[in-house]
Design a protein around this ligand. Structure first.
Ligand code: XMP
Length: 511
């Protein structure tokens, strides 16, 4: 495994993903980790990440010099390189201006890090730093420069320590992948063995050991990829001792509950209970217009229904959840050792006397790896590439009051959006695409008659993490097709509008 010591760079997770894409397992640890602790992890290599601090700052994170004595190669990136220079006898200077963006990098010496790269050509690389190394430590040599930085890369081959001022993990750094691979394979001599099929085997074994020969596990299914993968993996490990609970809150899309549940039962032989709580949710939501009230009611009812259902199962010892690696690292980085790891209670609120332990089989994985596991498990595209769907479901896509009639209208319109996005190949290209039912009526004309009916808004966005988003530039022919199908096929709708706002300042959902 490769241990990545995190000094707070926004790209640290990207380093971990690049290493894993190369077939090598990597773990991120906050920079307060000690060399002793890292030694106990028995790593094959250590990478020091970038970070926002200046080495000279009063409370800047420091380097545990023991990390350089572990007998494994070390790669310092950006702040990691500055820490190496500072601690090993080099000189740093703070630049007057921050360098942020592309730079032309020239490899000025032969170095195993540059194997397979043509030294004659310069590489366009991505810089993001304030300070710079002015003089390398005694045992180091300069191995690369840019126009503004004499020391853009340095190495001490004898001690197996390498450092780059720019970010090789960023996609638009040319040669970055090659350098990372060279570090892993040519310098550290690692044999790649991190594959999703290997992961599946080891997770199944671990779960069998953790759960033991008796006792049951409960798992809440939502139809989303994370909970589905958790359920299928655990089902492979312990069979029907895994009890999956799908709460039908009456706010799912057309046929979704039936499709998801019959698919999971037939293909994966899941022990699945669908709780029909539609009446209960919809009656509690009657007359409620405020979005936050809707969310609260739905959250509360969910926990109550789930708890009651779980309490009927005997001898339950564990609750399985789809926590992913970014949730795990976000909660520990840069805080003291005493910082509490936030547990993601997607389900939560089980009766206290049940005293359940959590099982989180995906807590080592990034989202793209979960998708690879799903593919490896034989799941279809509709599960692997399903757009995120909010817990409160269609309730927050019906602006204003939720009624059966309005749910029917939205379901039909939304189905058309999903079908047309899929048929045109756009479903995979966008982050999310759905219909929203507005609380107003407008005038239209159909045949010779005046109509006075509902408005559907289309919300189709590009995004990478839902933190920011932009409206998708769909071809106008596709928008036209969606619009005319909705107006022609969905009774009660005579107008379709396209939402052209970005996030921020707008949000992806309308409520
Ligand atoms: P917003 O609307 O905040 O959405 O831009 C960002 C992402 O989060 C999803 N979302 C929710 N998911 N419960 C959820 O489980 C919610 O209450 C909720 N609200 C928004 C939204 O679909 C988008 O992917």
């Amino acid at each position: 495994k490769v241990v990545i010591v995190d000094y707070g760079s926004q790209f640290t997770q990207l380093i971990a993903r690049r290493v894993r894409e190369a077939g090598v397992y990597s773990e991120i640890h906050p920079c307060i980790v000690t060399a002793e602790e890292v030694k106990a992890m028995n790593p094959s290599a250590v990478i020091l990440s970038g970070g926002p601090s200046s080495v000279g700052d009063e409370d800047a994170p420091t380097l545990d010099l023991g990390l350089l004595e572990l007998g494994v190669p070390v790669l310092g990136i950006c702040y990691g390189m500055q820490l190496l220079a500072h601690n090993m006898g080099g000189k740093l200077a703070s630049s007057e201006t921050r360098e942020y963006g592309p730079a032309d990098f020239k490899m000025t010496a032969d170095c195993p890090l540059f194997a397979d790269l043509n030294r004659e050509e310069s590489l366009r690389v991505w810089m993001s730093h304030g300070d710079q190394v002015k003089a390398v430590p005694p045992c180091f040599e300069i191995i690369g420069s840019t126009e503004t930085l004499e020391v853009a890369a340095m190495a001490c081959v004898e001690k197996n320590i390498y450092a780059l001022q720019y970010h090789p993990e960023v996609h638009h750094s040319e040669g970055g992948d090659t350098m990372i691979n060279n570090f892993l394979f040519k310098i550290a001599g690692i044999t790649p063995d991190w594959t999703m099929s290997g992961f599946i085997d080891s997770v199944i074994k671990d779960c069998q050991e953790t759960v033991g020969p008796e006792g049951n596990v409960v798992c809440g299914l939502s139809g989303g990829i994370d909970s589905t993968v958790v359920a299928v993996l655990l089902n492979k490990a312990i069979g029907h001792r895994l009890h999956c609970i799908f709460v039908d809150n009456g706010l799912m899309r057309q046929n979704e509950v039936e499709e998801v549940s019959s698919y999971l039962r037939e293909h994966f032989d899941l022990n699945l209970t669908v709780v029909d709580a539609r009446e209960r949710f919809l009656s509690k939501l009657e007359g409620v217009e405020d979005p936050e009230k809707k969310r609260k009611i739905i959250g509360y009812e969910f926990i109550d229904v789930f708890d009651k259902e779980a309490a009927r199962i005997e001898n339950v010892k564990f609750l399985a959840q789809g926590t992913l690696y970014p949730d795990v690292i976000e909660s520990i980085s840069h805080k003291g050792p005493s910082a509490v790891i936030k547990s993601h209670h997607n389900v939560g609120g089980l009766p206290e006397d049940m005293e359940l332990e959590l099982i989180e089989p995906l807590r080592e994985l990034f989202k793209d790896e979960v998708r690879k596991v799903a593919i490896e498990l034989g799941m279809p595209d509709s599960v692997v590439w399903r757009h995120p769907f909010p817990g409160p479901g269609l309730a927050i896509r019906i602006i204003g009051e939720i009624t059966d009639e309005r749910l029917t209208i939205l379901r039909k319109a939304d189905k058309i959006v999903q079908n047309e996005l899929t048929a045109s190949g756009w479903y995979r290209k966008v982050w999310q695409g759905f219909a929203v039912l507005l609380p107003l009526k407008t005038v239209g004309v159909m045949g010779d008659d005046r109509t006075y009916e509902n408005v559907i808004a289309l919300r189709i966005v590009d995004s990478v993490d839902a933190m920011t988003a932009d409206w998708a530039r769909l071809p106008s022919e596709l928008l036209e097709k969606i619009s005319s199908r909705i107006i022609n096929e969905v009774n009660g709708v005579n107008r379709v509008v396209y939402d052209i706002s970005s996030k921020p300042p707008s949000t992806i959902e309308w409520e």
